[in-house]
Design a protein around this ligand. Structure first.
Ligand code: NAD
Length: 535
């Protein structure tokens, strides 16, 4: 079901607006609504000099931001959370204008962003508190040991276009909560929402420790040249370039990359729930979610029933260009490039013998592509081997659980997976055999809404992870080890020169006694030899 109505435009013009096509002015980029083709903004294509200047300014203000500590930062982060709530409708409209998303999908971004910020604002104090680990040996108990978390001064966050507000917030705000300053480089396709974030940060009176540089790949490369840590979300191909650039500068990085997430439907599953869940998992945000379901493996006894129910659900989706009042379930794709990939995957599958039970072609407005179910698919087709990032659900019949696991693992990616079964223990057992960073049992995306869990890809889906409770802020910190004496200071420690052989023998014997096992604790041939050598 396809329809269009006039899409809302942004209600506030930003002085700096970015996007998809290069404007006549070589120093700016035009942002288009992919559902209508209309230009909705223009932003600067920032140069390396401009990026370097922004990082210099961030470095000026970061020490104070670190100094006020997690409790001081919490006040401002929660004020920003209020700003998000107060501006949700306006922000959703801007976001919708640069993505062509369904209204409901656009409304999710600001609310999800507020939720992430609240979690890290409130918990950062606990997560960043100094730790005092127990010394590994009784001999080390003469010191108080401290692990201290100190932020990287400037973190560069580079993001894609699929969630123009949530994506930046998911990583930039945990870094801010850690005490780092952040330079965000949003996608050139959807920079308007990111600029609104920066405007909101200034509006609440927060210090200038968060800024945005707009532009394409060259601007992103300049960010890497200037910052102390890089958090990247985007394609695997770009992620590889980022890793090389970071290695050249010897700076740490974390990469959240592409995926090809499998769903496994077992014969004991609730087929209605599986069909609804997988419809949502494949079609939410027009399939442009890193964790989208992109492959479905169904046990033979329930294959026909599942395919019939899935196809009915997908057919019933309402597709169109929403206004301010939510009317549709599925909108447009982010750009023509994306539509071309989806079309190629569908065309190649059909040419090789697959069938589209519904969809299979462009939806008739802007970049939109019809929600599509593909069957008679095999494991060599591009719709199975490559990331599609669009509204397609290829379905494959499998003989049993073992074949489903084998095919699910037959991918270069390893982001997440879902298992649909009536037996939770069976689901958990299968989860441990899947080579992916997250598994949702009888659900999709649940890990995305669980900030206490790490969200990271295995294989070519990533390096490192975001979130994971305390790790989500600690990753933006350097760990500093501090030892403080407990005993009153002696003039000279046992091992300090000039060496006293009897004292060193005593110390070595004590180390053996503390560190060795069984008889070796007392057997001192090495010590005696040392004494012999010194006679
Ligand atoms: P992309 O890799 O083309 O671009 C991502 C960002 O990198 C953009 O801001 C771009 O300007 C920038 N960039 C490009 N070249 C660069 C370079 N040489 N140096 C520095 N920056 C550079 O990705 P995309 O098409 O915008 O996004 C879609 C991809 O993102 C998909 O593969 C999707 O799976 C992935 N993604 C992953 C996650 C995750 O959490 N794993 C989440 C969302 C999207």
């Amino acid at each position: 079901m396809t329809n269009t109505e006039s899409a809302p435009g942004p209600t506030r013009k930003s002085s700096a607006r970015t996007a998809t096509t290069k404007a006549a002015d070589p120093s700016s980029i035009q942002v288009r609504n992919p559902g209508t083709g209309e230009i909705v903004g223009t932003v600067p294509d920032e140069t390396a000099d401009s990026v370097a200047a922004k990082v210099r300014e961030l470095r000026l203000y970061q020490p104070e931001w670190e100094e006020i500590g997690p409790e001081g930062r919490k006040v401002l982060l929660l004020k920003f959370q209020d700003w998000l709530f107060d501006n949700t409708d306006r922000l959703a409209t801007i976001l919708q204008s640069e993505t062509g998303k369904a209204r409901v999908d656009a409304l999710i971004d600001p609310s999800f962003s507020a939720d992430v910020i609240g979690y890290y604002a409130r918990r950062a104090g606990e997560f960043l508190a100094d730790e005092h680990p127990t010394p590994h040996s009784p001999l080390a108990k003469v010191k108080r040991l401290s692990t201290v978390y100190r932020p990287y001064p400037v973190v560069g966050v580079i993001t894609p276009w699929n969630f123009p507000m949530a994506m930046p917030v998911m990583d930039a705000f945990p870094a801010l909560a850690a005490g780092a300053a952040v330079l965000l480089k949003p996608s050139e396709v959807t920079p308007l929402s990111a600029l609104e974030l920066a405007a909101g940060w200034a509006e609440i009176g927060a210090p200038p420790v968060f800024s945005v540089a707009t532009g394409a790949g060259a601007t992103g490369a300049a960010v890497i040249d200037n910052v102390d840590y890089v958090q990247f979300t985007g394609s695997t191909a770009t992620g590889r370039k980022i890793a090389v650039a970071c290695a050249e500068r010897m700076i740490p990085y974390s990469l959240e990359l592409g995926g090809k997430d499998p769903a496994i439907v077992l014969a004991d599953a609730d087929i209605d729930r599986a069909a609804h869940g997988i419809t949502f998992g494949g079609m939410f945000n027009s399939g442009q979610v890193c964790l989208s379901v992109e492959r479905v493996y169904v046990e033979a006894p329930v294959y026909d029933e599942f395919v019939a129910k899935l196809t009915a659900n997908v057919k019933a989706l309402r597709q169109g260009l929403d206004g301010r009042v939510p009317k549709y379930d599925v909108g447009a794709l982010a750009n023509e490039n994306q539509t071309a990939i989806v079309q190629r995957h569908v065309d190649e599958a059909i040419a090789a013998g697959a069938k589209a039970l519904t969809g299979g072609k462009r939806a008739g407005f802007g970049t939109a592509f019809e929600p599509t179910v593909l069957v008679d698919v095999d494991h060599t087709m591009s719709c199975i081997t490559e990331e599609t990032f669009g509204p397609t659900l290829p379905v494959i019949k499998v003989a049993d659980e073992a074949e489903a696991i084998r095919l699910a693992n037959d991918s270069i990616y390893g982001l997440s997976a879902s298992v649909w079964t009536g037996d939770k223990e069976r689901g958990a057992r299968i989860a441990r055999q899947l080579d992916v960073g997250a598994v949702n049992i009888n659900d999709v995306f649940a890990n995305l809404f669980s900030y206490a869990l790490p969200m990271g890809g295995w294989r070519l889906s990533g390096v490192g992870a975001r979130w994971g409770g305390a790790e989500g802020v600690r990753k933006y910190c350097r760990q500093q080890a501090i030892t403080t004496p407990i005993l009153p200071p002696a003039q000279k420690e046992l091992f300090w020169q000039p060496y006293s052989v009897p004292k060193i023998l005593l110390a070595v014997a004590a180390m053996r006694a503390a560190g060795a096992r069984g008889i070796r604790r007392l057997d001192l041939p090495a010590v005696l030899k040392l004494r012999g050598g010194n006679k």
